[in-house]
Ligand binder design. Structure first.
Ligand code: ASP
Length: 455
């Protein structure tokens, strides 16, 4: 008997619901009792305790009880079709087992897709992926951790995933935080980097691994990358000292808010141009030689932030673009909180075009945060390198430093959702909150090392 549990009683009322917890663990005996309350956290299971007794978030430092459930979810500016989830799945948890316990959350994406009328789409039948995984002996290997699985309803191509789904995911992880040693999120590749970045901000004080993965070829295909990506992600999710949101793809573990989808057909689809890979996997198994690049253990208990302000617009400039449209947009934007300008090179724009410069100045006057990201996948924004960039700086734009577009927009949504405005918001954009940007001092150190290397 491979399946250890049936569906939990669920009370979800929205379009996007979690429907079941399936065990795919051969080691869980069918007659083992199931309990419907949170299992006690296991000693040493990740950095799940506050590190500092005096930290304000640790109301009862040293207590092992999970924090109260999150309340007050708001997504401002999200399309009307995106619904707010305020119910959580009932946990179906087994007694602790001596091995690590991982929760996999399947949101959709190619990994579990089926062919429908010649195109790939998420399966309509519930539990399809869980059954397939359950039928594969490698997931029951003695060396594998215990795996439970939750599936979303409906399953989504990740192009349909947005802020309300990030909230649902973050809530699911927080809900089960003390019941599992780590989490694997199975997700479509198209917007995976956005989800990874958003989760990294929403899960403050994360002390366990959240590994997001997917595949270019579906698991049901004879040749696929899904099997390897899933197995490796489960293995990384059970690394107890890995305390961050990551993306695993092909053979690399990347920091989630540094990852970008850089290929849409090759199996090595994700890269992290501005940050070293966290770990890799190869013939000799997992290699964590870059452990020093991992985030340090958190200094506070997990805090879940579910207010996101999605009133953010990204504009990628093209030489010879339509200035008047930008000006008209700024004039008529009554709700816009932030404008992300994707500019050339080190963050340069056409400073001689007065329409453009006036539109940006007008946006800043209207208290719209204007952030500059670079169109180059690798490198950092440096607005005082060229005169054209400095002109923008003088108007009052903010540099995204070496943040990805994905990290930049989700960071804005998170910070605005936390109520930051004006100078506080501008200054927080330059802070390294979750390893998403390289600070000035760190950059200087890297340059110094580079110089030394050349000597
Ligand atoms: N369109 C798919 C998705 O993002 C692509 C993939 O999973 O690779 O859901």
């Amino acid at each position: 008997m491979l399946f250890g549990s049936g569906a939990g009683a669920l009370h979800l009322c929205s379009l996007l619901v979690l429907f079941a917890v399936h065990s795919v663990n051969a080691k869980v005996a069918a007659d083992r009792p199931q309990i419907r309350s949170s299992a006690p956290p296991r000693a040493g299971a990740g950095w799940d305790r506050p590190r500092k007794a005096d930290d304000e978030s640790a109301e009862s430092a040293g207590s092992v009880h999970p924090p109260p459930p999150p309340t007050g979810t708001t997504i401002v500016g999200a399309p009307a079709s995106e619904v707010e989830l305020d119910h959580e799945v009932e946990p179906v948890i087994r007694h602790s087992t001596p091995t690590h316990r991982i929760l996999a959350i399947y949101t959709g994406g190619t990994l579990g897709m089926v062919k429908k009328d010649g195109t790939w789409a998420p399966p309509e039948r519930r539990g399809t992926l869980a059954k397939l995984i359950d039928s594969m002996s490698e997931f029951h290997d003695d060396g594998m951790p215990d795996l439970d699985m939750i599936e979303y309803e409906p399953l989504l191509d990740s192009s349909n995933i947005g802020p309300s789904d990030w909230v649902a995911l973050a809530k699911t992880i927080a809900k089960h935080y003390y019941d599992y040693d780590g989490f694997v999120v199975i997700h479509g590749t198209d917007t995976m980097a956005y989800t990874a970045s958003a989760l990294s901000f929403m899960l403050e004080g994360l002390g366990k691994a959240v590994v997001i993965t997917g595949s270019i070829i579906a698991l049901r295909e004879p040749f696929n990358d899904a099997r390897r990506n899933l197995i490796a992600s489960i293995m990384f999710a059970s690394q107890l000292d890995l305390a961050e949101v990551c993306v695993f793809f092909n053979d690399k573990l990347l920091r989630g808010n540094r990852a970008i989808k850089s290929e849409n057909a090759g199996l090595d689809a994700f890269s992290s141009p501005n940050y070293p890979i966290l770990a890799s996997i190869g013939a000799s198994g997992i290699s964590c030689h870059n452990r020093h690049q991992w985030l340090p253990p958190p200094v506070c208990r997990l805090r879940l932030h579910t207010n996101l302000d999605a009133r953010v617009l990204v504009l990628r400039l093209t030489p010879g673009f339509d200035d008047s449209t930008i000006a008209a947009m700024v004039t008529h934007a009554s709700q816009l909180r932030a404008l992300v300008l994707s500019l050339y090179g080190t963050g340069n724009g056409p400073s001689h075009k007065s329409d453009f410069m006036d539109a940006i100045a007008e946006a800043i006057r209207k208290d719209i945060l204007v952030v500059v990201v670079t169109q180059c996948p690798k490198g950092t924004v440096s607005l005082d390198t060229y005169e054209v960039g400095r002109r923008l700086l003088e108007i009052g734009v903010v540099s995204a430093s070496d943040m990805t577009h994905e990290a930049c927009v989700t960071k804005i949504a998170y910070l605005c959702g936390r109520g930051l405005t004006g100078a506080m918001l501008r200054s927080a954009m330059g802070e390294n909150l979750r390893g998403e940007l390289t600070g000035r001092a760190e950059r200087a150190a890297v340059v110094a090392v580079d110089k030394d290397m050349r000597l």
